[in-house]
Structures are given as structure tokens and as C-alpha cells.
Design a protein around this ligand. Structure first.
Ligand code: ADP
Ligand code: MG
Length: 668
């Protein structure tokens, strides 16, 4: 090529450069990944030529060099790969690279903002940040001449002879003023770390530095920014646990040690390798920082893998490398892609396989790490049907004594004691072992076992287990009296007249804090049981809990709290109060109903009188209650047991109790 050639590249739209710049503005940085990827390709093709014997000369050490001149604002990507002849530059750059960029834009012009990875632009993306690009290239082929290609961002290029002496390609970007950030060392270093950390050929950026005489100075050692053989590309059988941990630290230097890892490796029907880690998860809200990184042949693509793996798996950390995930398509399309579905199914299955294997072979380790793993598993079970089926086998339940059981083991353990009269298995649980301590103790004394379900998702999880296990019921220990939690036979309730029942209700309600709903019932709980038991219905509480988690049932969370007040009619203190009531409160006056044929105003008068009488009776009962010190003390004790005695009521109770104690022990 003795004369200079000019030509027009094969793009149909004249002003395609500004279009690219505008639409892909936020992703300008990917130009570097694209150029390094091309350079890596060129090196690997060169290696293949040597391996096949087509090339017999000196291969040298294949690598990619990034050379930045901050002052001149130029950035070079240099490889010693196979290079290009003049004809090849014409074909691959002038025709293919540019026309494929044009096609790409044409195809995606409506949704260009949605495309992930922005693949397919390739070499062309250099123009996103450059006012001018030159290629100097010398092909490996015998007798090839070095070529220089120059283009200033218009669809016109120039080709001339280059003085390049050694094999390979050198791309020079003259960085735009508005993209000046890409002519700074810090920015380029960051980008190389992000995109090229695991590329399969050494990528060199400047020299390694050392601290000397009070400042950093270059050594003569090349600064290689990547690991050419990342862990996921190695054989699992060659690796030790420590290798996986070390790799995790290079991926996420600031993070706690992970719990377990999975090495993924599949060749058919798609290619996928990777390593996933189960992180410690204590709080679902805190887990978005360390995302799974998606690679394509060791080149970083993205760390947003939503739509590629099921939602619950995005809680995992690690890397997935697959050339079979279509990346130049819109996000919404991804989910319906057959390959992506297969990949997502495969990963879910692998995660379940690994957990099952840990359950079988490393039970102790699983138990010791369970508390940090549980949220992940429960979330997976709640959100993914297939995973749930599998997890029923290895999901653990922890009781209030800190023992762990599989679901099947637990069913066996409680079968004898905790089957109710309807043959339903009753799982008792506490959500807070400290606050619900008296109830937990009562259940244990009865020979029952109590699970600890104190995780954020447990309100939903309990519902799921009930449906999956079948023929069972979950009840929180404080949701009813111990007899009613697991009823073994039909209950015998105290016999009382309607009037007595209503009196009981008035008396006890008058002693309880305002603002809640109370349902007072008379129960026979045995003479040694507490006089009053405050419980909250399982149903109401569960719905409140779920709506506070955002289950959409806000109706429930806005209602006042409801409590059941069981008064133990067999308790001697209650009996004493009832006797006192009989003695001190005169029975409600009986008012005769008006005759059926009475006049309207006579009927009205009778109604008025009834109302007045019942109001008077209520006042009598309330003043009796207010004056009864046993009543006050036992209701306060019941409230105290439930953590409901607060503020002034609490300090009054303490003062009163001190007085009771001093009256009993000190001589007056
Ligand atoms: P792709 O890499 O997807 O083929 P690109 O636009 O990135 O698309 O590159 C177009 C073509 O230009 C490549 O396929 C390759 O033939 C050629 N090419 C680009 N960069 C180099 C390079 N550094 N060395 C040799 N050939 C290259
Ligand atoms: Mg490319």
C-alpha cells in the first residue's frame, strides 16, 4: 500500500456517532472492556495458530498492554495477537464492525436504554469517548505490511502505511474533552479492576509501585491487573476449602466469611461455570451490597443478575460465567428466554443439591451456621415452589432450647404429646423466648416442646409450613391457655348464668388498660393454675404480623389489639373475689318487660328503666372492683407476665407490692 486510501465506512446513517453518544451515555465506560476483549481474542487466536502449527515462529509472551498518557489524553490498547492485514482491516473494521454497530442500533433503537451489557457494539464503542481513533496493526502472516487506520468520528476513514514493527494491534484513542475522566489513571485502574480482573490473558497497566524515600515510585515489574485463571475455571477436585475462602475475599474484601460455597460446572445443554457463596444473612434489608457477578468467558458483564436467576438466589454472592446468556436483549425478554430458564432452573437445583448434601454429610456445620442461613432458605421456600419441595427435606427447625430438627424429625419428636383431640399435630412456637418465657415454661412443664421462630419471615413461613406439612397447626405459646393450646378432650366450662358472665366481664375489663379489645371468658384451668391468663388469638396476631411485614392487609394492622382474658374460676383467689362480689354488690334489679300490647311510650319507659338499672349495676361492680385489692394485684400480675404493665401502672404496682410484703413480714 504505497498510496493513502480514503473511504467511507459501511454505515447507512450519516450521523450515527452522535446517536451512539447520546443513547449510551451512561455506559460509556464499557468501551474499555470491548477493546480489551478484542485484544484478548487476538492473543488467543494467535495462540491457537501456534498450537495448530499454522504459525511456526516465535510466539512470545502473549499479553495486553494499556498505556495512558494523561497529558496528551491518549489511551492505547496494545496486543501482540494475530494482527490484521489491510484486507482484514477493510473487512472487519470498515465493513463488519461498523455495519454491525449500525444494525445493532437499528434493531434496538426503541429500547436501547434497557439493553444490558450493551454487547455487540464492539470496536465501535471506542467512539463513545474519542474524537479520533487510530489502529496500527501488523498481521502475523508472512510478508504482511503494517497498516494504519484513522477515523475522526465521521463516517470517513483513512488508511495508510504504518511503521509498526512487531506483530499485533495497537489501538489509540484520542479522548474527547467531555470524556476527559477516561484519560486519568485512577478511572482507568478502576475500570480495569471492574471489567478485566479475570480475563484469560495478562492485562498490564503501568508498573508495580513501591514506597521509596517518602513516595510511591515505579518498579520495573509490570503491573498485571488480572488473574488469568480464576478459581471458577479450575477443577473442583483440585481445590481446597481455603482456596474458596481466599477467592471470596478477593471478590468482597470487606465481607464476613461466607457459610458454604457451591462450585457450578455444566457443559450441556448450556455452558456455565461459577462459584456461589451462601453469605451470613441476618437481615434481609442489608444484603444488596455484594451482588453476584456475571461473566462471559472471564469478562465481567454486569452485577445485576435479576431475571437471570430466581429472586431468592440474588441473595447469594459469587460469580457466574456463561457465554450462553443472551446479553444484547432487553431485560424483560430475558425471563422468557429458553436458555435463561434452563440456567435458572439448573442453579436452583444445584443450590438445593448442595444444601441437601450438607444436611446429610455436614449436619453439625449446618446446625452451627443455621441461624445465618435460615433467612435465605425461608425466603427461597416462600418464593420458589420447586426449591420449597426440595427444602422440606433439609430445612431445620430450632427449639427454644437451641436444638435443631429436620421437619420430619420434629414431627416424630412431638407426635405423642402434641396431637390434639382432632388428630392434628400442634407445633408450639415462641417468637421471643424472653418476652414469652412464662408461657414457654408452662408448655415445657406440660411436656410440650416449643420452637423458636424469631425471624422476619416467620409469620409467612408458619403459614407455608401448615400447608406443606398438612394435618397440623402452628400455635404461639401465648395464644391460649395451656389446655386450650392442644385440647386433648372436650372442655368442661364453668356453669354460670348470663348475668354472672356479664358481671365477670365488667369487673375484669374495668381493671385493664384502655385502648385494646378484651374478651373475658370464665375457664376451669385447675386450682393451681394462675388466676388470670392473658392471651392473643393466633389468627389475629398472625394477620397483624403479616400486614406489618407488608402483606397488604392493612385493615388488620389498624385495628386495636385484641386480647383474650381467661379467668380461672377454680383458682382460690378468683373464688374469693367472686364470694366478695356476692356479698358486697347487690344483684341487679329485675325489671319486668312491658306487656306486648303496651303503648309505645310505656315500652320506651321500661327500656329507659332497664338501662338505668344496668348502668347502676355497672357502677356498683366497678366501684367494687376498684376497692378490691386482690383483684387489682392479680390483674396487674397477669399484665406483668405479658409485658403489658407500664408507666404509672407499673410503679403503682411496685409500691403496692412493697406494702403487701412489708405488711406480711414486718410487725406493726
Ligand atoms: P466482535 O469482537 O464481536 O467480532 P468487534 O466490533 O469488537 O466485534 O470487532 C470486529 C472485528 O475486528 C473482530 O471480529 C476482529 O476480527 C477485528 N478486530 C478487532 N480488534 C482486533 C484486534 N485487536 N486484533 C485483531 N483483530 C481485531
Ligand atoms: Mg469485540
Amino acid at each position: 500500500m504505497s498510496t493513502e486510501t480514503k473511504g467511507k465506512i459501511g454505515v447507512t446513517t450519516e450521523n450515527i456517532f452522535p446517536v451512539i453518544k447520546k443513547f449510551l451515555y451512561s455506559d460509556h465506560e464499557i468501551f474499555l472492556r470491548e477493546l480489551v476483549a478484542n485484544a484478548v481474542d487476538a492473543d488467543q487466536k494467535m495462540k491457537a495458530l501456534a498450537v495448530s502449527g499454522e504459525f511456526k515462529g516465535e510466539l512470545g509472551e502473549l499479553n495486553v498492554r494499556i498505556v495512558l498518557d494523561e497529558d496528551a489524553k491518549t489511551l492505547k490498547v496494545i496486543d501482540n495477537g494475530l494482527g490484521m492485514t489491510e484486507a482484514e482491516v477493510d473487512k472487519y473494521i470498515n465493513q463488519i464492525a461498523f455495519s454491525s454497530a449500525g444494525e445493532f442500533l437499528e434493531k434496538y433503537k426503541d429500547q436501547i436504554g434497557n439493553i444490558i451489557g450493551h454487547f455487540g457494539l464492539g470496536f465501535y464503542s471506542a467512539f463513545m469517548v474519542s474524537k479520533k481513533v487510530t489502529i496500527d496493526t501488523l498481521s502475523w502472516k508472512e510478508g504482511a505490511k503494517a497498516v494504519r487506520w484513522t477515523c475522526d468520528g465521521s463516517p470517513e476513514y483513512e488508511m495508510s502505511e504504518s511503521d509498526k514493527k512487531d506483530r499485533g494491534t495497537e489501538i489509540t484513542l484520542y479522548i474527547d474533552d467531555e470524556d476527559a475522566e477516561f484519560a486519568t489513571k485512577g478511572r482507568i485502574q478502576t475500570l480495569l479492576d471492574k471489567y478485566c480482573k479475570f480475563m484469560p490473558v495478562p492485562v498490564i497497566f503501568g508498573k508495580e509501585q513501591e514506597w521509596k524515600d517518602g513516595k510511591y515510585v515505579d518498579t520495573d515489574k509490570d503491573n498485571v491487573i488480572n488473574r488469568t485463571e480464576p478459581l471458577w475455571a479450575k477443577k473442583p477436585s483440585d481445590l481446597k476449602e481455603e482456596d474458596y475462602m481466599e477467592f471470596y475475599r478477593t471478590l468482597y474484601p470487606m465481607q464476613d466469611e461466607p457459610l458454604f460455597h457451591i462450585h457450578l460446572n455444566v457443559d450441556y445443554p448450556f455452558h456455565l461455570t461459577g462459584i456461589l457463596y451462601f453469605p451470613k444473612i441476618k437481615d434481609r434489608m442489608e444484603v444488596t451490597r455484594n451482588k453476584i457477578q456475571l461473566y462471559c468467558n472471564q469478562m465481567f458483564v454486569t452485577d445485576s443478575v435479576e431475571n437471570i436467576v430466581p429472586d431468592f438466589l440474588t441473595l447469594l454472592h459469587g460469580v457466574i460465567d456463561s457465554p450462553d446468556i443472551p446479553l444484547n436483549v432487553s431485560r424483560s425478554y430475558l425471563q422468557s428466554d429458553a436458555n435463561v430458564k434452563k440456567i435458572s432452573g439448573y442453579i436452583t437445583r444445584k443450590v438445593a443439591d448442595r444444601l441437601e448434601e450438607i444436611f446429610k454429610n455436614e449436619r453439625e456445620a449446618l446446625e452451627s451456621k443455621w441461624d445465618n442461613l435460615k433467612l435465605f432458605i425461608e425466603y427461597g421456600m416462600l418464593s420458589d415452589e420447586k426449591f420449597c419441595e426440595r427444602a422440606m427435606k433439609f430445612c431445620l427447625l430450632k427449639n427454644t432450647e437451641g436444638k435443631y430438627f429436620s421437619i420430619d424429625e420434629y414431627k416424630k419428636a412431638i407426635e405423642t404429646e402434641q396431637t390434639d383431640k382432632d388428630k392434628k399435630l400442634v407445633f408450639l412456637y415462641a417468637t421471643d423466648a424472653v418476652a414469652q418465657y412464662p408461657y414457654v415454661e408452662a408448655a415445657k412443664n406440660r411436656g410440650y416442646d416449643v420452637l423458636l421462630l424469631d425471624c422476619q419471615l416467620d409469620a409467612h413461613f408458619v403459614n407455608l409450613l401448615e400447608t406443606k406439612i398438612g394435618d397440623c397447626r402452628f400455635a404461639r405459646v401465648d395464644s391460649d391457655s395451656i389446655d386450650n393450646l392442644i385440647p386433648k378432650e372436650e372442655r368442661i366450662r364453668p356453669e354460670m348464668s348470663e348475668q354472672d358472665k356479664s358481671d365477670l366481664e365488667v369487673i375484669f375489663k374495668s381493671m385493664l388498660p384502655e385502648g385494646n379489645n378484651y374478651y373475658v371468658t370464665a375457664e376451669n384451668l385447675g386450682e393451681n393454675a394462675s388466676p388470670i391468663l392473658i392471651t392473643q388469638s393466633e389468627f389475629m396476631r398472625r394477620y397483624r404480623d403479616m400486614s406489618s411485614l407488608g402483606g397488604g392487609m392493612n385493615f388488620y394492622s389498624e385495628m386495636p389489639e385484641s386480647y383474650n382474658i381467661a379467668v380461672n374460676m377454680q383458682n382460690p383467689l378468683v373464688m374469693k373475689i367472686m364470694d366478695a362480689k356476692m356479698a358486697e354488690v347487690k344483684p341487679a334489679e329485675q325489671v319486668e318487660d312491658a306487656p306486648k300490647d303496651a303503648a309505645e311510650d310505656q315500652k320506651k319507659a321500661v327500656e329507659e328503666q332497664k338501662k338505668a338499672v344496668s348502668e347502676a349495676h355497672r357502677k356498683d361492680l366497678e366501684s367494687f372492683a376498684a376497692g378490691n385489692s386482690i383483684l387489682k394485684q392479680i390483674t396487674d400480675l397477669a399484665l406483668l407476665a405479658n409485658g403489658m404493665l407500664k408507666g404509672k401502672a407499673l410503679s403503682d404496682f411496685i409500691a403496692r407490692s412493697e406494702k403487701v410484703v412489708s405488711d406480711a413480714y414486718l410487725e406493726k
